[in-house]
Design a protein around this ligand. Structure first.
Ligand SMILES: [Zn+2]
Length: 316
């Protein structure tokens, strides 16, 4: 049973990527990291092909493939500023998503002050203009249905572009990783995560295990919503929202539902073992080639911007 669980964890690890720490990298650090990655990759690595796209492929919105192996057509960008949100790290050009996700984030941002006392969203990486794997960070975020949200409440002023590319988010986890840091964690953090997890379009929310531990402690009696809150490495500066495949995206491959229950028992305890807190480094993974993605992604990466893309429907 345990080995089955571990196997699931390891598969997930391969999919999501253990290290999302570069989510915090400033624009200069990010540029250095990108150059380093490009130098080490074969020229047909999917990361390079999708990473250099600066415009979306026109056409009907389609999330194609799975969260960690796919691409996106008909993406739209979340505007840099809205009444209750600000896009962070704008120089990365990763504020693109499936229109269903962008509409969801705009509405969520609007509802949160009333629902959770959370003033607004600082939005981190969503997806590249055509989705696909990224040169830095993130195993997933490939089909425009994943978004990172900072655990820093939105300030009551507009941040400058330089601030958005340079400032760091708030680390809400204590140094030893065993719990949240009580000097920065607030009841509004819990209300924010609960409000997001209760949204019917949300499939999963990834947080650091210490955050899950705090939610388990303070989450109240009715806690079915907690099943969607999944512990993962990192996610101490931001949390990760994942939506279900939208209707109309027939080539979108969803995930199995998380197990029912609040996930606060044994499953959570594992995250505080030595094995989980200090995992042995895993061998580098082979870079994804274009041929590893669904066939429609090869057409999509080659399509000029603004040209309607004919997606072949999957075989019946
Ligand atoms: Zn993420």
């Amino acid at each position: 049973m345990r080995s089955l669980y571990l196997c699931g964890v390891l598969t997930l690890l391969a999919c999501l990527g253990r290290r999302e720490a570069s989510a915090q990298d400033t624009a200069a650090e990010e540029a250095r990291r990108r150059a380093m990655v490009i130098a080490q990759l074969p020229p047909d690595a999917a990361k390079i092909l999708f990473g250099r796209e600066s415009t979306p492929a026109a056409g009907p919105p389609q999330a194609i493939g799975s969260y960690e192996r796919g691409c996106l057509s008909g993406a739209i960008a979340l505007p840099a500023d809205g009444p209750n949100w600000q896009v962070m790290r704008p120089s990365r050009n990763r504020a693109w998503g499936h229109p269903a996700l962008i509409a969801f984030l705009e509405r969520l941002a609007q509802d949160l002050p009333g629902e959770a006392g959370w003033p607004g969203l600082l939005v981190g990486d969503i997806a590249q203009p055509r989705g696909g794997p990224m040169l830095t960070g993130h195993g997933s975020h490939q089909i425009g249905l994943d978004a990172d949200i900072w655990l820093t409440p939105m300030p009551n002023r507009r941040l400058s572009p330089a601030e958005r590319d340079g400032i760091s988010a708030t680390d809400v986890v204590a140094r030893n990783g065993m719990d949240v840091d009580p000097t920065v964690w607030t009841p509004q953090h819990r209300l924010l995560l609960e409000a997001v997890a209760r949204e019917p379009l949300v499939e999963r929310v990834f947080v650091n295990a210490a955050i899950k531990r705090a939610l388990c402690r303070d989450g109240g009696l009715e806690r079915a919503w907690m099943a969607k809150i999944r512990p993962w490495w990192g996610h101490n500066y931001h949390f990760h929202i994942r939506l279900f495949c939208p209707s109309g995206s027939r080539q979108c491959r969803g995930q199995t539902r998380p197990p029912p229950g609040d996930g606060c028992g044994k499953e959570l305890d594992w995250w505080f073992t030595e094995e989980a807190l200090h995992p042995r480094p895993s061998p580098p993974r082979k870079p994804l080639r274009l041929g590893n993605l669904p066939p429609a992604c090869a057409a999509l990466v080659a399509a000029p911007a603004g040209q309607a893309l004919q997606l072949r429907s999957p075989s019946q």
